[in-house]
Design a binder for this molecule. Structure first.
Ligand SMILES: Cc1cc2nc3c(=O)[nH]c(=O)nc-3n(C[C@H](O)[C@H](O)[C@H](O)COP(=O)(O)OP(=O)(O)OC[C@H]3O[C@@H](n4cnc5c(N)ncnc54)[C@H](O)[C@@H]3O)c2cc1C
Length: 404
């Protein structure tokens, strides 16, 4: 089949690569000038295979008033005159039930497991250099209450096959000695997952595209998909600002901007942007660098050691649409590094970034065929796109195989 994949973020790149592996004639296109320059550029870098709990949960619902009302909160809601926002919000509130949260956790764990296996298969055949490492992940809980909540999640996930340990503060420091210097060590304990991984998302996109090209795929950058042409009830071409691109099947992988594109085909997608930020700061010479990824639930921030730098990602703003990076958000992340790893990083000129997580109300992505058409969707990966990219790509490719 000739397949056109629209969007070269980590989801589109992974999908195009897997389809080429399966022998399809693939054309990957993107409006940007290179792969992985939008949401997949400088995210938290976590391949978070076991830490997948949906954002919508009973705990989120309970904490929502405090989260939304406290000044400087990591979670913000920007109300808009936009029916999509309110429809999404209502679906989100409905998804906060214990039943839906459990179902979402099970679905995401299964996708994450498939993703881990798929990425391992790919890496065994390719010489990629995206900084992949099995470094383990420590989730720090600020209060006894939050530790108990995590303990419940660990027990629940154990029944679904995850191996995680609940640790005291002393045991957390043994796992990650770089945290020893944090003043006051404001944690009640933590959860350790030995086999979590990290990788640079942008470099993974570059590796995927290089391997796609080696397998004969076509890649076009600076090409904006605008609409679709139809013939005999099927989509025959994507209409772009550079002309039409014909194919037998089309994959929409346009991340947070997929909604207007899908609307061209009459497809309503319950995807809404949740904005987040990151900074990347170099380690100082001669310091003891952290090895593990750390998620600090108190600060709602993740820290990932990526080679010579520390990546910090944080915050969730529902309804923020621009990619500006306000100075107060940067300062919060700089302070988080200074207080978690005092003296470890040069904080003078952090590289800053903002991205819009393409979120579904349940946090479960939409991967599959649109009705009986030749249009396929691989979208809505929210806070887990890097983690789920390989598994979603394989799942979609298998569906296409079955439909052919
Ligand atoms: C602060 C933050 C931290 C995060 N941390 C993590 C993490 O640690 N681990 C994890 O697994 N996930 C993380 N995520 C989530 C992850 O970054 C996203 O889920 C993922 O990048 C989404 O990838 P995508 O390919 O769907 O979208 P994108 O990367 O946005 O790619 C979509 C592409 O489509 C192109 N496009 C859009 N419309 C068109 C059009 N009409 N024509 C042509 N091209 C078009 C865009 O140019 C873009 O390149 C984080 C996200 C944020 C914001």
């Amino acid at each position: 089949m000739k397949v056109c994949v629209i969007g070269a973020g980590v989801i589109g790149c992974a999908t195009a690569y897997e389809l080429a592996r399966q022998g399809h004639d693939v054309h990957l296109l993107d409006a940007a000038q290179a792969p992985g320059l939008v949401t997949s550029y400088a995210n938290g870098a976590q391949l978070s295979y076991s830490y997948v709990e949906p954002f919508a949960s009973p705990a989120t619902l309970r904490g929502l008033p405090k989260m939304l009302l406290s000044r400087g909160s990591a979670v913000r809601f920007h109300p808009r005159w936009d029916w999509r926002q309110w429809a999404w919000g209502l679906q989100f509130l409905r998804a906060c039930s214990a039943r839906q949260s459990l179902q979402g956790t099970a679905q995401l764990l299964q996708m994450a497991r498939a993703s881990r296996d798929a990425l391992a298969r790919w890496m065994a055949q390719e010489a990629w250099s995206f900084g992949f490492e099995v470094n383990g992940k420590l989730v720090l809980c600020p209060t006894p209450d939050s530790l108990r909540q995590q303990q419940r999640q660990v027990a629940l996930q154990a029944a679904l096959g995850c191996r995680q340990e609940v640790l005291s503060v002393r045991e957390c420091l043994e796992k990650e000695p770089a945290l020893q210097a944090a003043p006051g060590r404001p944690w009640a304990g933590g959860v350790w997952t030995r086999d979590e991984c990290i990788g640079d998302p942008h470099r993974l996109c570059l590796d995927l595209v290089a391997s796609l090209r080696q397998r004969g795929g076509t890649v076009s950058f600076g090409v904006l998909a605008r609409a679709f042409a139809r013939r005999a009830g099927r989509v025959s071409a994507v209409v772009t600002d550079q002309g039409d691109i014909a194919a037998d099947a089309f994959v929409l992988a346009a991340g947070p901007r997929v909604v207007p594109l899908a609307a061209q085909l009459g497809i309503y997608l319950p995807i809404y942007p949740i904005k987040g930020y990151s900074i990347t700061v170099p380690f100082r010479d001669g310091v003891q660098r952290p090895r593990a990824s750390v998620t600090d639930l108190g600060r709602k921030a993740v820290f990932a050691p990526l080679g010579a730098c520390l990546r910090v990602a944080a915050m969730a703003e529902v309804g923020a649409t621009g990619l500006d990076v306000p100075a107060d958000r940067v300062q919060t992340m700089v302070d988080a590094v200074a207080q978690t790893y005092p003296g470890l990083c040069d904080l003078n000129a952090p590289a800053t970034w903002a991205g819009l997580r393409p979120a579904t109300p349940t946090s479960v992505p939409i991967v599959g065929r649109w009705r009986a058409s030749n249009v396929y969707l691989n979208v809505g990966h929210g806070a887990l796109g890097l983690t789920l990219a390989a598994g979603s790509a394989v799942a979609l490719s298998e569906q296409m195989q079955r439909a052919a």
